[in-house]
Design a protein. Structure first.
Length: 276
């Protein structure tokens, strides 16, 4: 086997069945595209069936299997049904990417909630919804789908966190953008990092590896104004916000044999935001 083939095999995810929650979102859809292009069988999980259907059409031109399930990951019965469907439809689940999240962007789109931009005015309803999706949803998916992996004695889980699970948000950069990161986001994303360590230790005998991927801010001009983008970019060593495909390599690394000696770790991809 040539040296190039050895390296390619290390990062190979071809024919692996990989579940992505939050697949209809900005990062979830990008991860789905990358994994599909890489030959994985992608399993799309999102409550948003409309955008998931659009994603299926986009991915259908690639030579990989694509399956989707409409699921509310914050509801136990929904996730149990998902687990049963996966058990019935697939011989093995190789990977789980917990990407679903209730973010600042989500709250701006949510007309059912009233909330202020300050901590003092932040509504209990918004706090509870963030906890339910970001933390309880990750817990349920790990519990139910991770159990399948533990029974099959193999699997990889990647939990998506954020720089704001590591450091406090710099509120000076937000100005009047309305994009201030809420306390609930920081609380849930920091919790995910240690929850990941717990799972890695818990499933060590079942050969289930669990790692966190903590990400910096992704440019999205639909929601971010020029002033915010400029101020955020100046805070990073690389001088820019992330492009949505900047995390693809890290994801492939964590889901493949290239990271076979890695579990309970937190891989930070943030353009140097947390380095100074």
């Amino acid at each position: 086997m040539s040296e190039n083939n050895v390296i390619s095999k290390l990062f190979d995810v071809r024919n692996k069945n990989i579940v992505i929650t939050g697949s209809a979102g900005l990062l979830g859809s990008q991860f789905a595209l990358t994994l599909t292009k890489s030959g994985a069988n992608v399993i799309l999980v999102d409550i948003d069936s409309t955008n998931n259907n659009k994603l299926v059409k986009l991915l259908s031109k690639y030579n990989s299997s694509i399956t989707q399930y409409q699921t509310d990951i914050s509801e136990l019965s929904d996730v149990q049904n998902l687990k049963n469907s996966l058990k019935h439809d697939f011989r093995q689940i190789h990977g789980l990417v917990n990407c679903a999240a209730y973010t600042t962007k989500s709250s701006l789109e949510d007309t059912t909630l009233k909330h202020g931009q300050t901590f003092e005015n932040f509504s209990l309803a918004n706090w509870e919804k963030s906890i339910k999706i970001n933390l309880t949803g990750t817990f349920l998916c790990c519990q139910q789908i991770g159990n399948l992996m533990a029974r099959q004695k193999s699997g990889v889980i990647v939990n998506i966190s954020s720089i704001y699970g590591l450091v406090g948000a710099d509120h000076r950069i937000y100005g009047k953008s309305g994009l201030n990161v809420p306390a609930s986001y920081a609380a849930t994303k920091s919790s995910i990092i240690n929850f990941t360590r717990y799972l890695a230790a818990y499933w060590h005998k079942q050969n289930v590896r669990v790692n966190t991927l903590s990400l910096g801010g992704v440019m999205d001009k639909k929601y971010q104004n020029a002033d915010f983008i400029k101020k955020y970019s100046e805070k990073t060593i690389l001088g820019r916000m992330a492009k949505k495909n900047d995390f693809d390599g890290a994801l492939l690394f964590l889901l493949s044999d290239a990271s076979s000696y890695m579990t309970g770790s937190n891989l930070v991809i943030d353009g140097g935001w947390t380095a100074w």
